[in-house]
Design a protein around this ligand. Structure first.
Ligand code: PEP
Ligand code: MN
Length: 342
């Protein structure tokens, strides 16, 4: 839909606009209003270059598109009945609960195994554990390939599938080689389109799930969904959208909790939403409230940092990991909220 700066286009202007859209196989339908005329583009209006060329004309105010820029993830897409399954849970049928430490300590594998067993016992359907870490401080612990073996051993011991973040194509290759069940794309790489493409290619034809965190800035909802479309575009629709707090932070919290975007995502996409309350609020004492809010807003699941002894953990754990007992308590409350939703 083309909206001109003046109430209507002159004949010459209309002819110029028509010439441009015809190059893209489209036509113009004039809609004459009493005060303002608008110009509908008939045909596929998603060509970015078409929109840029028209918006570049000095007499055009803007072009509003109706068609979704993310056709596969669109709520009207044929994929809308796709069901992603992880840890025995069909997304949407029960509250998916993933938990585990921020960072696996390669020097202390038993801590991961004990945490994993305790979380399984507390109701987790899957485990998380950071092998490679995106750290703001270049001198902080950056992760270690050795932790990948520990992650997979934790999976074998508990029978639970595992999630870990991949930051580059090397991580991706190693993670796929050992059979990591869920790849996480962190907030810092959420708009790294070459990584998103590489992940999409790597998981195509497999049942690997991808958890895509929301970028750490107040990005538009379409930007978030379009980033996920990069992955699905290669053929594997198992993508989960993960709000995890955004910027600017709400004083006292690590970020600005954004679990409230779930109903907005629901209107635009069928992709399940799994909220990470831990990075959102950044402190263990607030994680329960944030988890309950996420489920109340309609989340399909939660991904929570947890450790048997958070105080001596690595990475974010001393600040924001909950104990397995606290995880069990919050999960019981979240499941009660889930029941109220239906
Ligand atoms: C994490 O999950 O430990 C992590 C670093 O996540 P995020 O990308 O959300 O900061
Ligand atoms: Mn973390």
């Amino acid at each position: 839909m083309i909206i001109p700066k003046n109430p209507k286009l002159s004949d010459n202007q209309l002819a110029e606009v028509e010439r441009i859209v015809e190059e893209f196989g489209c036509k113009i339908q004039v809609i004459e209003g009493a005060v303002q005329s608008i110009y509908a583009i008939l045909g596929d209006e998603r060509h970015e270059l078409l929109i840029n060329r028209i918006e570049g004309l000095e007499y055009i105010d803007r072009v509003d598109t109706i068609q979704s820029p993310h056709k596969l993830l669109d709520i009207r897409s044929e994929l809308k009945n796709h069901k992603t399954v992880f840890g025995g849970v069909t997304l949407g049928e029960r509250c998916l609960a993933i938990a585990g430490p921020c960072t696996i300590d390669p020097k202390d594998p038993n801590r991961f195994y004990e945490t994993a067993e305790a979380l399984k016992e507390a109701g987790a359907h899957g485990l998380r554990g950071g092998v490679w870490k995106p750290r703001t401080n270049p001198y902080s612990y950056q992760g270690d390939d050795k932790a990948l073996e520990i992650l997979m051993e934790g999976s074998r011991r508990t029978g639970l599938p595992v999630n870990t973040e991949v930051m580059d194509e090397r991580n991706l290759e190693l993670a796929m080689e050992v059979g990591v069940h869920m790849l996480q794309i962190g907030t810092r790489n959420a708009l790294n389109y070459s990584l998103l493409r590489a992940v999409g290619q790597a998981v195509a034809g497999t049942d690997t799930v991808v958890l895509l965190k929301r970028g750490r800035h107040i990005g538009p909802i379409n930007e978030f969904i379009s980033a996920a479309e990069y992955i699905v575009n290669f053929g594997n629709p198992n993508v989960l959208l993960c709000p995890r707090g955004t910027l600017p932070n709400l004083e006292g919290y690590r970020n600005h909790p954004d679990e409230s975007i779930t109903p907005l995502l629901r209107e635009k996409t069928w992709a399940p939403v799994v909220v990470d309350p831990s990075h959102s609020v950044g402190k263990a004492v607030y994680v329960e409230a944030s988890s309950m809010a996420a489920v109340a807003y309609g989340a399909d699941g939660l991904c929570i940092e947890a450790n048997i002894d958070p105080v001596t953990g690595l990475g974010d754990d001393p600040k924001q990991a909950v104990t397995p007992e606290a995880f069990r308590r919050l999960l019981t409350k979240c499941e009660a909220i889930w029941k109220l939703r239906s």
